[in-house]
Design a protein around this ligand. Sequence first.
Ligand code: MG
Length: 162
Amino acid sequence: MDIRIGNGYDVHAIAPGLPMWLGGVQIPSETGFVAHSDGDVAIHALCDALLGCLALGDIGHLFPDTSDEWKGVDSKLLLAKVVDLVRQQGYQVGNVDITIALQKPKLAPHIATMRSTLAPILGVTEDRVSVKATTTERLGFVGRCEGCEVWASALILRPLEP
Ligand code: MG
């Protein structure tokens, strides 16, 4: 197999009265993410991990935040477009692993829904979609509830050409 890996990283600022989308799921919260799109920082990091596998740049390059086309866009659509690019080159997703750093609210009740939401978009079973969440023990901008930080890794594979 031809195997490739990539990593992605994203941060969004937190503000009151905005929706909080993470991993394709709306999290009940009095605060949300400042963004041009729906602000799903977990999907953005995941998109960058997949793009990184193929050295295709980043989502800011693909879906510029200066474009009205992507204003308020559901990030699941961006992820689907990125997965299309992966497939166009003959690859399939092997597995992904996402780590979300957020002080509050607690994400544990939403992890299973994130995994079951992302898996069909990625074209994999849920056991290939890992989502983990941590606080930063009140340290740094995450700990002060000023932002959310996400790291993602992705592995993609295709059969070797004969
Ligand atoms: Mg982003």
